[in-house]
Design a protein around this ligand. Structure first.
Ligand SMILES: *Cc1c(COP(=O)(O)O)cnc(C)c1O
Length: 465
C-alpha cells in the first residue's frame, strides 16, 4: 500500500475554513517558516480510504481473537471511552486552579479508593505511565523506606525465574543487585531456594503472581512471611491482576507494594497508547509516594508530570463502577474459566507446560512436538495468522522451551474458544503432513517473516523517498 505522502497531489485538499472575519495581522518574521511544511495534500475521500485500509492491516481485539499471553487483550467496553471523552475530563488543564476542576480531583480520589479496595492497599499514585514504570516507582519506595531506617546496606532484590522480564530490569534500574531463584517443579517459588538467599542484605522480593506460567503461588503467605522476617519488603507485580481481582487481595497476602496495569486489566488496551501503571502501597510506604499535588510536590519523588495519564484513570474508574464488586469478581473468574477451558480443549495435541489448573493464562510446551515434526513454536504462531488469530506470546517465559503462552481473557465466547482450539488441533495435524507449509507461513499476510531482531534494533521509522 502507498504511503499517504505518495498519494499527495499538489493543490488537492480538504481545507474548509470559513472566510476570515478579523483583520489579518502579520506575524514576526522570525516566527515564520521559510518554506511550506511537507504535508500530504489529499481529498477527504482518499484520506478516509487510506486510514480505513491501514486499520484493516492490523489485527486488533475488534477484528478477532487475540490471545497474547500476559497482555490481557480483552474487549474494552465502549462506555469507558465515552465517559473519558466527556469535555469535563478532556477540556481541562493540569494547571487549572483546583477549585475549577474539583470534579476531576474527586474522580481521581474515587478511583484511588476503589483500586485500593481491590488490591488491599492504603494509598496509591497514578503517575507512572506503564507497568514497568510502576515497578520502577514501587521499588524506589522500598529503597527510600530502607534508607529512612538507616538500612541502605540492603542492596539485593530477589526475583524468581518465573517473574516477568521487567522485574529484574526494574531492580537493576533502581541500583539493586538481582538474586535469581529457581522455581520448584510445580511452577511455584522454591521455598528452600528462597530461604537460602534471604539475609540482612535483602531489600525485598519482586513477585509476579500469578506468575508467567499462569500459576498462583500456593505458598504466597509463607513467602511474604519469610521475606518480612529477614527485614525485606514484598513487591507484587500486579499486571496479571485480571486473574484475581475481586477474589483475593495482594495486601492481604502480605505485600507492601503493588503496581497494576490499568492498560490491561481496567479498560484501556495494552500497547500503542497511553497507559497507567498505578502503584498502591501500605501505609508505611505512603509518605514516599510521588506527590499527588499537581503543583507543589514538596520535594517528593516525581516520576511523571502532573497526575499521570488522567483519562486512563477515568476509564478504569468507569470500568470499576459499571461492574461493581460482584462484576469485577465475575470478570476474573471468567478469565480463569476461559483459560482452563481452552487449555483442556487443546490438550491431547499441544501439551501444557504444567498440567494443572491454571489462572488466566497457560503455557504450551512445544519442545517434544518440535523434535518430532521439526515445526517450531514460531511456525505455529505464524500459521495462526493465516487463520485470523493473533499469535500467542512466543518463547516466553524463558523457563519453558518452545513456549506459546495463551491468555484468552473473559470477554471471549465459548464459540470463539471452540474455534480457536479447533485451529490449534488442525495445525497440530498439519505439522505431521505438511511441515514445509508451516515453515513458510503466513501465506496470506502483508509481511511474512521479517527479520525481527533487525526490526527491533534498527527500525526504520522515517519516510525517505
Ligand atoms: C505487561 C506486564 C508488565 C509490564 O507492563 P508495561 O505496561 O508493558 O510496561 C509487567 N509485568 C507483567 C507480569 C506484565 O504482564
Amino acid at each position: 500500500m502507498k504511503l499517504i505522502f505518495e498519494k499527495s497531489v499538489p493543490g488537492r485538499g480538504t481545507i474548509m475554513l470559513g472566510k476570515c472575519d478579523v483583520e489579518a495581522v502579520a506575524l514576526p518574521a522570525e516566527l515564520c517558516r521559510q518554506e511550506a511544511p511537507a504535508l500530504p495534500e489529499i481529498s477527504e475521500t482518499d484520506l478516509s480510504r487510506h486510514y480505513t485500509e491501514l486499520c484493516q492491516k492490523v489485527h486488533g481485539v475488534n477484528c478477532g481473537f487475540y490471545p497474547l499471553g500476559s497482555c490481557t487483550m480483552k474487549y474494552n467496553p465502549r462506555i469507558d471511552e465515552e465517559i473519558a471523552a466527556l469535555p469535563g475530563f478532556t477540556a481541562v488543564h493540569p494547571l487549572a486552579p483546583k477549585e475549577t476542576v474539583e470534579g476531576c480531583y474527586e474522580a481521581l480520589d474515587t478511583a484511588k479508593k476503589y483500586l485500593c479496595e481491590v488490591t488491599g492497599m492504603d494509598d496509591m499514585t497514578f503517575q507512572p505511565a506503564a507497568g514497568a514504570h510502576g515497578e520502577f516507582t514501587g521499588v524506589l519506595l522500598i529503597k527510600q523506606y530502607h534508607e529512612s531506617r538507616g538500612e541502605s546496606h540492603r542492596n539485593k532484590i530477589i526475583v524468581p525465574d518465573s517473574a516477568h522480564g521487567t522485574n529484574p530490569a526494574t531492580a537493576a534500574m533502581c541500583g539493586y543487585e538481582i538474586v535469581n531463584i529457581p522455581s520448584a517443579p510445580n511452577g511455584c517459588v522454591d521455598l528452600d531456594a528462597l530461604k537460602a538467599v534471604l539475609g540482612n542484605d535483602t531489600a525485598g522480593l519482586m513477585l509476579t503472581n500469578p506468575n508467567t506460567v499462569g500459576i498462583f503461588d500456593e505458598n504466597i503467605l509463607e513467602i511474604t512471611r519469610l521475606v518480612h522476617e529477614a527485614g525485606g519488603q514484598c513487591y507484587y507485580d500486579g499486571a496479571n491482576l485480571n486473574a484475581v481481582m475481586g477474589a483475593v487481595r495482594p495486601g492481604d497476602m502480605g505485600f507492601d507494594c503493588i503496581h497494576m496495569n490499568l492498560h490491561k486489566t481496567f479498560a484501556t488496551p495494552h500497547g500503542g497508547g497511553p497507559g497507567a501503571g498505578a502503584v498502591g502501597c501500605k501505609g508505611h510506604l505512603a509518605k514516599f509516594l510521588p506527590s499527588s499535588a499537581l503543583m507543589d510536590n514538596d520535594g517528593r519523588l516525581q516520576v511523571r508530570s502532573f497526575a499521570g495519564n488522567f483519562l486512563v484513570v477515568i476509564k478504569a474508574l468507569t470500568y470499576v463502577m459499571t461492574l461493581g464488586a460482584e462484576g469485577i469478581r465475575e470478570a476474573s473468574a471468567n478469565a480463569v474459566l476461559n483459560a482452563n477451558y481452552l487449555m483442556r480443549k487443546i490438550q491431547g495435541t499441544f501439551e501444557p507446560a504444567f498440567d494443572r489448573i491454571c489462572m488466566h493464562e497457560f503455557v504450551l510446551d512445544l519442545s517434544e512436538f518440535k523434535k518430532r515434526t521439526g515445526v517450531s513454536a514460531l511456525d505455529v504462531a505464524k500459521s495462526l495468522i493465516d487463520h485470523g488469530m493473533h499469535p500467542p506470546t512466543m518463547y516466553f517465559p524463558l523457563i519453558v522451551h518452545e513456549a506459546l503462552m495463551l491468555e484468552p481473557t473473559e470477554t471471549e465466547s465459548r464459540e470463539t474458544l471452540d474455534w480457536a482450539a479447533e485451529i490449534f488441533r488442525k495445525l497440530y495435524a498439519l505439522a505431521e503432513t505438511d511441515p514445509e507449509y508451516m515453515h513458510n507461513a503466513p501465506h496470506n499476510a502483508a509481511i511474512a517473516r521479517p527479520d525481527e531482531v533487525r526490526a527491533a534494533r534498527t527500525p526504520v521509522l522515517r519516510y525517505t523517498k
